[in-house]
Write a protein that binds this ligand. Structure first.
Ligand code: ZN
Length: 286
């Protein structure tokens, strides 16, 4: 193994803490090295360099630090092409590899609103990983069948960034010393940009649309991404909602996200969802 010229310190680098199966199992992904994600994936703990990267708010926001941290801790080169489901699982596994089994959770009691703090074990959650189905589809009110896939990390990151920008732009706008008309124009512009992005992300998640056969015509399968985007732009809000609702379910498949907590104050037991994001998993004091 030790070739001439190899670093003698090579054997002293950090080693994988665990191996996991990813929910996508390599499906729905454009990753070239598909074997990387279709078999057990080694998970390495964060390096101190990774931790520093995660503390850069800008890079964290646009996904750059997450992408390079994923590469550092798994060896996967093109993290942006992973499904959002895979990225969630990888983040939790990195958290486990770096800081151990316990994850602190803090939320409000659903009954009495008291703050409930508890610690959950990550191990059983990682053991709950399930491989996604080969295909997901919804049938719309006009009988069209729409085949869907989970968001890529790139698209889920774009959506999060856009929502963040929207909020901060809105806040700036509200506090700005501009007249109402110019505020309204700025508001509409940024709203349009957000709407366009949502169309793009939604279209990317549509694998194909099938127009069912009728008495006079055979079934037609549409896979052309431009045709799909044009179609998404023109569908009714109700149809879009059917697709979005299904995508919201698909994007969370693959791992158990709910945990049961008990409130010490009123003793009621309730379920809450673990937030799968770096600020919840890593100690990011900016
Ligand atoms: Zn309570």
């Amino acid at each position: 193994m030790a070739n001439k010229g190899n670093n003698p310190l090579q054997g002293y680098l950090r080693s994988p803490k665990l191996y996991i199966l990813l929910p996508s199992g390599g499906k729905f992904s454009n990753i070239e090295s598909i074997s990387d994600i279709s078999q057990e994936l080694p998970i390495y703990p964060l390096t101190s360099m990774d931790e520093t990267l995660l503390r850069n708010p800008d890079a964290l926001l646009n996904g750059e630090s997450m992408a390079s941290v994923i590469t550092s801790c798994t060896g996967i080169k093109n993290a942006y092409e992973l499904t959002a489901n895979d990225v969630d699982v990888i983040l939790l596994a990195i958290r486990y590899a770096t800081y151990g089994n316990e994850l602190e959770i803090s939320t409000s009691c659903t009954e009495c609103s008291a703050t409930v703090e508890d610690t959950v074990d990550i191990e059983p959650i990682l053991e709950s990983i399930e491989v996604l189905d080969d295909e997901y589809k919804v049938t719309l009110d006009n009988k069209l069948q729409c085949w869907l896939k989970p968001y890529t990390f790139r698209d889920s990151q774009k959506a999060a960034l856009s929502a963040f920008r929207e909020t901060s732009e809105l806040n700036t706008l509200i506090n700005a010393e501009a007249d109402d008309m110019s505020k309204l124009i700025t508001f509409n512009k940024s709203f349009q940009a957000m709407a366009d992005l949502n169309i793009e992300i939604l279209s990317n998640a549509v694998v194909k649309v099938v127009i069912p056969a009728t008495e006079d015509a055979e079934e037609i399968e549409v896979t052309n991404s431009n045709h799909i985007e044009e179609w998404v732009r023109g569908i009714s809000k109700q149809q879009a909602d059917v697709i979005i609702d299904e995508l919201n379910v698909i994007n969370e498949l693959g791992i158990q996200r709910e945990v049961k907590l008990t409130c010490e104050k009123c003793t009621s037991t309730f379920s809450t969802k673990i937030e799968f994001n770096p600020s919840n998993f890593f100690d990011l004091t900016f």
